[in-house]
Ligand binder design. Structure first.
Ligand code: DX5
Ligand code: ZN
Length: 217
């Protein structure tokens, strides 16, 4: 099981230090949430954050694009140091083209689906991707409550991945704490994105990550 701390919940005044703490805690990758106030009703960060983090960590920088036209920004993020992209199925009429553009930049490609989107939409694109991201909350904000209705879908996608693309990561994002992490892993997830349960607790970041792994509050 891999951990991808989301810096959305980090202290931005000490972002480099927070990422270093996550690295010390054994993070597998750093998850960067990009929001445009249009695809989701919130704003967050852009490529300059990726460029600032690139020289201060060896961890892969995973870029979750919650924006209306991801194709316009892929190159800028790639040049800034993004190693992988998660793009949404929702609202993308040319998803295959977007995925091919990511691959042409030499980056890992992942497709994200929202809670109300059925697993079946992944069937055709799965052979082309390295990661699937199941949103376990509606995207746009950190610190939301995990939607239990997504657990059965994680199981269905695990079966699909085992059948079609067994080396594809199955990642979950939103409301992941030690309890919900366990449910997701049991259902077949192998990568956990976590923001507030890593950066927003009264424990140190490495300790919070250990608790998440161990399934303890
Ligand atoms: C939500 C983002 C998540 C967010 C998760 O739209 O995609 O990555 O940071 O935050 P928590 O872990 O607090 O739910
Ligand atoms: Zn995210």
């Amino acid at each position: 099981m891999k951990l991808a701390p989301s810096i959305l919940a980090a202290d931005f005044a000490r972002l480099g230090a927070q990422v270093a703490e996550a690295e010390r805690g054994g993070a597998d990758r750093i998850h960067i949430d990009v929001m445009d106030g249009h695809f989701v009703p919130n704003l967050s960060m852009g490529a300059p954050i990726v460029a600032s983090l690139r020289p201060v960590t060896r961890l892969p920088l995973e870029t979750h694009l919650m924006i209306s036209n991801p194709d316009l920004f892929l190159q800028e993020f790639a040049e800034s140091g993004s190693d992988s992209f998660l793009v949404h199925w929702e609202g993308n009429f040319n998803l295959h083209r977007t995925v091919q553009s990511i691959r042409a930049l030499g980056k890992r490609a992942g497709v994200a689906i929202n809670p109300a989107t059925p697993a079946a939409v992944l069937e055709e694109i799965l052979p082309d991707v390295d990661q699937v991201l199941v949103m376990t909350v509606d995207p746009g904000f950190g610190h939301q409550r995990f939607l239990h209705s997504t657990v059965a879908k994680i199981g269905r996608i695990r079966q699909m991945i085992d059948r079609v693309k067994h080396d594809c990561d199955l990642e979950v994002d939103g409301g992941i704490d030690s309890e919900t992490a366990k449910l997701c892993v049991e259902a077949g997830a192998n990568v956990l994105v976590a923001g507030s349960s890593v950066f927003g607790t009264n424990k140190s970041v490495p300790e919070a990550m250990n608790r998440l792994r161990a399934g303890r509050e």
